[in-house]
Design a protein around this ligand. Structure first.
Ligand SMILES: [Zn+2]
Length: 334
C-alpha cells in the first residue's frame, strides 16, 4: 500500500470516528434503558426491513443515504420466520424497523420488546382491509373438532387471528397503498436525517410515481376480464383483488397449513360455479393442493407471486407486471 493511500484511509477513518462521536453526542445515548437513540453508521440511518417488499421499498427511498438490512433471507417464506437472539438484540441499535404488524409474529414481538419507539409499521400508514376478504374464513368452519391438526384451541389459521391483528396484512400487493407507504417512509427518514432530507423526499416521490404508474397498468389491464374469480393457494391477494375489482377465493390463509376437507369442498364448489379455468399457486408454497383442486374442477394452474420473498429475477415492480400478465391470461382479460 502506498503512503498516500494509507494517509487517505487514515483520514477517512478519522472522519468516520468524528461523525460517530457527533452522532452519539447529539442523540444522547449511553444511559441504561435509553430509548430513541437509533443506530447510526457514520451518521447514516440503519434501517432494518422485516421482509422483501419492505426491504426493496426502504432501499429505494433510503438510497445511498441509509443502509438497509433485511430480516428475511431470499427464498424463505416469511410468515414463520424465526429470529436468532443476536438478530433480536441487534434491533436495539437500529434506527428504524420497517415492518407490517401481523405478517411475522417473531418480528412483531421483537419490535415490541427491543425497538418499540423505532418501529415503522406500514399497516398504520394505509387503510387496511379486514382479514379474510375472500369468503368462508370463519374459524368455526372446518377446523372445529378436526382431530389431530395440532392446533388445539387455536384452530384459526387466519393471519389476523393468529397474529393479533384483525386486518389483512398483505398490503404491498396494492401498489397505490404501497406508494403511500413510500411517501410516509420518505417523510420519516427526512425528519430523522435532516441533512439528507431532500434526497429521501426525492427518491420517495420517484418511487411513488413508479408505483402509481404500475397501479394504472394493473387497473387498465384488469378492467375487462371474462372472469373476476381468482382462486389462490394462500390468501395473499385480497388487496390486489379489492383494488382491481376481482374476487379472491383463497384455499388457505396460512401458506403452511393444509386446508380442511370442508374448505376444499367449498372452494371446489365455488370454482365450478364461477367456471374458474386457472387455480393460482405460489412460488414458495407447494402446489400440491392447488393441483389436486385444479384437476377436480378441470382447470390448469399458474404461478402468482405474492412477493413475500425476493423474486428469483427482477424486483417488486417486474414481479407485479408478471402477475398482471398471468392474471390477464387466466381471467381472459382483453
Ligand atoms: Zn401471506
Amino acid at each position: 500500500m502506498s503512503d498516500s493511500s494509507r494517509r487517505i484511509r487514515m483520514r477517512v477513518t478519522g472522519l468516520l470516528a468524528g461523525a460517530t462521536l457527533l452522532t452519539a453526542a447529539g442523540c444522547g445515548t449511553g444511559a441504561e434503558g435509553s430509548t430513541g437513540s437509533g443506530g447510526t453508521e457514520g451518521g447514516r440511518p440503519e434501517i432494518t426491513a422485516a421482509m422483501y417488499p419492505l426491504q426493496w421499498l426502504a432501499e429505494q427511498v433510503g438510497g445511498s443515504d441509509a443502509t438497509v438490512t433485511g430480516l428475511t433471507k431470499p427464498g424463505v417464506e416469511p410468515h414463520d420466520l424465526e429470529l436468532s437472539p443476536q438478530v433480536v438484540a441487534g434491533l436495539e441499535s437500529t434506527s428504524l424497523v420497517v415492518y407490517i404488524k401481523g405478517v411475522q409474529p417473531a418480528v412483531d414481538e421483537a419490535v415490541e420488546q427491543h425497538a418499540a419507539d423505532r418501529g415503522f409499521d406500514a399497516a398504520t400508514m394505509v387503510t387496511t382491509l379486514p382479514a379474510g376478504q375472500g369468503q368462508g374464513h370463519e374459524e368455526e368452519g372446518g377446523h372445529a373438532g378436526e382431530p389431530g391438526d395440532g392446533h388445539g384451541d387455536e384452530a384459526g389459521d387466519e393471519h389476523g387471528d393468529e397474529h393479533g391483528v384483525s386486518y389483512d396484512p398483505h398490503l404491498w400487493l396494492d401498489p397505490s397503498r404501497f406508494a403511500t407507504v413510500a411517501t410516509k417512509l420518505g417523510e420519516k427518514l427526512a425528519a430523522a436525517d435532516p441533512a439528507h432530507a431532500q434526497g429521501y423526499k426525492d427518491r420517495a416521490a420517484k418511487l411513488s410515481a413508479d408505483l402509481t404508474a404500475l397501479d394504472k397498468e394493473l387497473a387498465s389491464g384488469l378492467a375487462n376480464c371474462g372472469s373476476d374469480a381468482m382462486v389462490t393457494s394462500h390468501e395473499a391477494f385480497g388487496y390486489l383483488a379489492n383494488r382491481y375489482g376481482l374476487h379472491q377465493i383463497g384455499i388457505s390463509v396460512d401458506p403452511d397449513a393444509e386446508p380442511s376437507p370442508a374448505r376444499l369442498a367449498e372452494v371446489s364448489e365455488v370454482a365450478k360455479r364461477e367456471k374458474v379455468t386457472t387455480i393460482f399457486t405460489e412460488t414458495l408454497v407447494s402446489p400440491k393442493v392447488a393441483e389436486v383442486l385444479a384437476q377436480e374442477v378441470g382447470a390448469t394452474t399458474a404461478v402468482l407471486d405474492p412477493i413475500e420473498s425476493q423474486p428469483a429475477t427482477g424486483d417488486y415492480l417486474s414481479a407485479m407486471r408478471q402477475n398482471l400478465t398471468t392474471l390477464k391470461a387466466a381471467l381472459s382479460c382483453s
